[in-house]
Design a binder for this molecule. Sequence first.
Ligand SMILES: [Zn+2]
Ligand SMILES: [Zn+2]
Length: 103
Amino acid sequence: MQSQSGSVIPTWDVRETTALVPANESSVKKMLKRVRVEEEDEYEGSRKKRRVKGEECVTCLEEIEVGSTASQMPCFHSFHDHCINEWLKESHYCPLCRFEMPT
Ligand SMILES: [Zn+2]
Ligand SMILES: [Zn+2]
């Protein structure tokens, strides 16, 4: 009588660790810059053209309203304050360019 238990399936406890590491909270606070989203005057030739510079927040896909405050990453991408804070609790990459924040 011989029980064949040669093939042990390894239990991998190694998950995708690189992407889902939250950013270091105190670094986030230091590195995120609060910026005001402003209207921008643009000149086209001699004509003054008013352009609203509203950026889209890619984490919620909504526009960051002009006049509101956004959070800017060191890579100069801006997001809603609450959106990027939530995002950086799960990941330490910029959702746009994968700029790495300290973990
Ligand atoms: Zn947002
Ligand atoms: Zn970026």
